[in-house]
Ligand binder design. Structure first.
Ligand SMILES: Nc1nc2c(c(=O)[nH]1)N[C@H]1C(S)=C(S)[C@@H](COP(=O)(O)OP(=O)(O)OC[C@H]3O[C@@H](n4cnc5c(N)ncnc54)[C@H](O)[C@@H]3O)O[C@H]1N2
Ligand code: MOO
Length: 391
């Protein structure tokens, strides 16, 4: 058995980074930016009014001054002239500030009669002008790598970037294995249960920015498993679920190796998740064999699949940062494997669920954290700090 961190090192060395592709801006949210992108223009491209009011020269911005309104500047329609002393241009938010004007008096500070304004006694001190290039200048970069968020999409649009270079989504094929499994919605036989892990993992993978598809459930025969592997030829990553342990019907490792999989490791000193395996398939794709127990599969998804997908997306070889919080109640000593315990973080304290059986999805669903116990960690009292990962 190898440690969790050694397993991660092996996984990172198996994870190929993917090529870039160019996509329309409207599809770029949540994608990993593949290269720095630079602005095609200054924003704003002209000095612009920040308020509705009157553009004047600084010398005229005095309480009591009376000025002639000589024209109008609106967003999208500049005033084609020059403002000189004694003059004002009616201006609206977003309009180019006319030549000669250096300040905008907000309309609340003005009394207008016909084409004349007089500036009120309680004139504010603001200039209400946004300088040209005040947001960004041509050539300014959005750095990569990063996962694009809605605010980045808005910035890219303002920069006039209509097409964005992003990393291709990792194509992941997910295979549930087992004679006992049927799909949600089907009528299970008396000895059967519903495949759940594949759906949980597919959701997790999609959240991470991967393209994840479910293969038909494979039965516990070598032929059925081999057939399922043959359906995943286009995948960058093949994830199998179940059939990973030592029972007579646990055939995934054998079949993968018969098909030319070069095994990188099998079994890790982790709870849950001991029978994890990984390697490279004959076609060059990466394979991760997850244990079948539902919580084991999902926890391994958080601890191993998530960093692998991020690495494929060019986002670096790192794990999610571990946080720390005090325990709400004492917990017993840990065994020899690093234990990822389902826990709930509430009001800054961690409550570790008493029942940590790796089949209990109802507990996993209540958990919002995995409390991490080092191997052989002694019993801990309430108040002692434990590392955890939010999930
Ligand atoms: N003698 C030993 N037995 C077991 C060991 C061991 O070291 N020695 N390890 C245990 C551990 S730890 C785990 S974890 C499991 C892993 O077993 P497998 O990966 O072979 O998984 P299966 O036997 O196929 O299934 C286990 C359990 O999970 C259910 N399952 C499987 N796939 C799905 C799915 N897609 N959706 C929902 N549920 C699924 C399956 O029905 C079983 O109940 O082995 C221990 N045994
Ligand atoms: O370690 Mo297993 O992965 O007990 O569920």
């Amino acid at each position: 058995m190898i440690s969790v961190s050694d397993a991660l090192d092996h996984l990172f060395s198996l994870a190929n980074s993917l090529p870039a592709e160019t996509i329309p801006l409207s599809q770029a949210n949540g994608r990993s930016l593949a290269a720095p992108v630079s602005a095609n223009r200054d924003q704003p491209p002209f000095s612009a009014s920040a308020m509705d009011g009157y553009a004047v020269s600084e010398a005229d911005a005095v309480p009591g001054a009376t000025l002639d309104v000589i024209g109008e500047a609106a967003a999208g329609h500049s005033f084609d002239g020059h403002v000189t002393q004694g003059q004002a241009v009616r201006i609206f938010t977003g309009a180019p500030v006319p030549a000669g004007a250096s300040r905008v008096i907000i309309q609340e500070d003005v009394q207008r009669i016909g084409d004349t304004i007089s500036i009120s006694e309680n004139l504010d001190h603001g200039f209400h002008i946004r300088p040209a290039g005040g947001d960004f200048r041509r050539g300014q970069h959005i750095e990569s790598p990063r996962v694009l968020r809605p605010s980045d999409i808005a910035l890219l649009a303002a920069m006039n970037i209509a097409e964005v270079p992003v990393m291709r989504k990792p194509r992941v094929a997910i295979l549930s294995t087992g004679d006992e499994l049927v799909m949600p919605g089907e009528v299970p036989g008396p000895d059967q249960i519903i495949a759940s892990n594949s759906f949980g993992l597919q959701a997790m993978l999609r959240d991470l920015g991967a393209e994840a598809r479910l293969l038909p459930i494979a039965r516990d025969t070598k032929d059925s498993l081999a057939m399922a592997f043959s359906l995943a030829d286009d995948a960058d990553l093949m994830i199998t679920i179940g059939g990973a342990s030592v029972g007579d019907h646990d055939l995934v490792g054998d079949v993968a190796q018969d098909l030319g999989m070069e095994r990188s490791f099998y079994k890790i000193a982790m709870r849950p998740g001991k029978p994890l395996m990984a390697g490279r398939l004959a076609n060059g794709a990466m394979m991760i064999g997850l244990p079948g127990n539902p919580v084991s599969a999902m926890v391994c998804g958080h601890i191993f699949v998530q960093p692998v997908i991020r690495a494929m997306l060019g986002l670096g070889q790192s794990t999610a940062p571990r946080l720390s919080a005090p325990l709400a109640a004492p917990i017993p000593p840990n065994g020899p494997r690093e234990h990822y315990m389902r826990a709930r973080l509430e009001n800054g304290t961690l409550t570790v669920f008493e029942n940590q059986d790796s089949s209990l999805l109802s507990i996993l669903s209540q958990a919002n954290a995995l409390a991490i116990r080092p191997p052989n960690d002694p019993a801990q009292n309430a108040g002692s700090h434990l590392q955890y990962l939010p999930i």
